[in-house]
Every structure is written in structure tokens, then in C-alpha cells.
Design a protein around this ligand. Structure first.
Ligand code: FAD
Length: 251
């Protein structure tokens, strides 16, 4: 048995070994990228271009996600590529810094030349068999997906409906990414605004549209329920929660 005085030493050594294994695993699983450019579109929105050898010849489809490592450990935050140029090894993300979480701090502090590591791209929303007309409902976290969807040829004819905490700021950002025609509805504390969105979406459901629901979990649930109750088939609805109050690093 070890002397009591040796125990902390052994435990430190095994911790260091564990740290080395984690770092090795992460290096093996993650793609390193350099921040090629960052554009501040508004106080809380930043458009980042990431580039690197590890991004070349990577298969990517609209709706997939990447998980950016926060610090040296396994913690990560999820973002949606707006585009991916496999030839030149570049991707673009639109990050919304809603508060003070690691993802928000990462996006606010990004500088050209920074290095980051990420997992992916990985499956999230499968939008491969999507045909117009498409209605995308989401929020500030969905703007990147909306931009990617617009570029996807088969989804030509997408209508966007977003709930947002600051409509003026969001309008400015949507204009900057050429989505000025999107509908923006201000969030209300008691979610009364969702009734307006529901009514509008149910009207649009009548012409056989397909729905993509992203953003806040509870909003998606409510809208999905309303659509199904109105007879929209589950196969016409693709949903993915991007965040939920009180949950961190939702994936
Ligand atoms: C598949 C997928 C794709 C995503 N794509 C994007 C994207 O392209 N761009 C983007 O900006 N975000 C995107 N998100 C959302 C983003 O990952 C989350 O908002 C994440 O929580 C941000 O990390 P954080 O460290 O700032 O906050 P966290 O530490 O994860 O969260 C802390 C708390 O903040 C609150 N919170 C989290 N997100 C929001 C929000 N948006 N608004 C208000 N309050 C919030 C919650 O109460 C949470 O408990 C995506 C998420 C998923 C799952």
C-alpha cells in the first residue's frame, strides 16, 4: 500500500496522464481552424470565417452543425455553417452572443488570426430532401441556417419567420446577410407573440409547405403541436432545438 504522503503525488500523475489522453483524443477528433476574418454585424452578432487545411475536401450539407471547443477540455458550443467551401477549406458562421456563456464570450472575443478547434461537420437537421415551398421558423440562432438554406438550390422559395428579442438589431443583421425579406416578430415576456406566428404559419400550411423549426425549444414544441393539430403531417416538419432556458451547450 502507498504511504499516505505518496497518494496525492500518484493522483496528480494519473490526472496528468488523463489530461494527456484527453488532449490526444481531442487532437485526433477535432479540426483546427484559423479565424480568417470576423465581421461585427451588430453589438451581439458576429460573422466569422474559419479556414484551414483540415476544412478542405470535407463533405458538408446544409443544416449540419459544428461544435467549437471552448478552452482545452471537452466543453463545446454548437454553430451552423452558413457555407462551406471544401476547395479552399473555408466555412462561415453567424454567432449570436445572447449573454455571458462560453459560446457568447468566444464569439464576442474572436479576432482575426485566432486558432480554434471544432468537431464536425456533423448531422443535425437533414434537409437533403427538402422541396419548395419551405417555411423556416427560428430565432437569432437560426440566421446562419437561413443563409445556408437560401444558397441551397433545391430550397429556392424559402419563407423565413423569426422571433427575436431585439427586432431592430435583428433586422440590421438580416439585411447584412441578404435576408431582408424575412418576417421578424418581437418576443413578448408571456409568449403572446407566438399566437401571431402560429396563425401566420397555419395560413401558410394550407399550400402544402414543408416546415423547418429551429431555435428555442419551447417555441418549436408549441408551433409543431399547432401544425400537427391542424393536419400537417409529421413528415412535413423538421425540427431541431438550438437552445432552451436553463440548459447549457444544447446539442
Ligand atoms: C444544432 C445547433 C446549431 C446551432 N447553431 C447556432 C448558430 O449558427 N449561431 C448561434 O448563435 N447559435 C447557434 N446555436 C445555439 C447555441 O449553440 C446556443 O445558444 C448556446 O447555448 C450558446 O452558448 P453559450 O455558451 O453562449 O450559452 P450557454 O452556456 O450554452 O447557455 C447559458 C444559458 O443561456 C441561455 N441561452 C442559450 N442560448 C440562448 C439564446 N440564443 N438566447 C437567449 N438565451 C440563451 C439559456 O438559458 C442557457 O441556460 C446552435 C445550437 C444547436 C444545437
Amino acid at each position: 500500500m502507498n504511504e499516505p504522503s505518496q497518494q496525492p503525488q500518484l493522483s496528480e500523475r494519473s490526472q496528468a496522464a488523463q489530461g494527456r489522453v484527453t488532449r490526444m483524443l481531442l487532437r485526433w477528433l477535432m479540426r483546427p481552424a484559423r479565424v480568417a476574418a470576423v465581421e461585427t454585424l451588430s453589438p451581439r452578432f458576429r460573422l466569422a470565417e474559419l479556414e484551414g487545411e483540415a476544412l478542405r475536401e470535407v463533405p458538408w450539407t446544409t443544416g449540419q452543425k459544428i461544435q467549437v471547443a471552448m478552452g482545452a477540455g471537452l466543453s463545446a458550443r454548437t454553430y451552423t455553417p452558413m457555407s462551406w467551401d471544401a476547395g479552399s477549406g473555408k466555412t462561415r458562421l453567424l454567432a449570436f452572443s445572447h449573454g455571458d456563456g462560453p459560446g457568447s464570450r468566444w464569439a464576442s472575443g474572436l479576432r482575426e488570426g485566432d486558432i480554434c478547434q471544432f468537431f464536425g461537420p456533423r448531422r443535425s437537421l437533414d434537409l437533403a430532401d427538402l422541396d419548395a415551398p419551405v417555411i423556416l421558423f427560428g430565432d437569432e440562432t437560426s440566421f446562419g441556417l437561413a443563409a445556408a438554406l437560401r444558397e441551397s438550390l433545391r430550397a429556392g422559395g424559402t419563407l423565413h419567420m423569426f422571433e427575436a428579442s431585439d427586432v431592430v438589431e435583428s433586422r440590421q443583421v438580416l439585411q447584412a446577410i441578404n435576408l431582408s425579406e424575412a418576417r421578424l416578430i418581437a418576443r413578448s415576456a408571456d409568449d403572446v407573440h407566438l399566437a401571431t406566428i402560429e396563425a401566420e404559419l397555419l395560413r401558410l400550411a394550407a399550400n402544402g409547405a414543408q416546415f423547418v423549426l429551429t431555435g428555442k425549444a419551447s417555441s418549436i414544441q408549441r408551433i409543431s403541436r399547432a401544425l400537427k393539430a391542424a393536419g400537417v403531417a409529421s413528415s412535413q416538419i423538421k425540427a431541431k432545438a438550438y437552445w432552451a432556458p436553463g440548459k447549457t451547450g444544447l446539442d
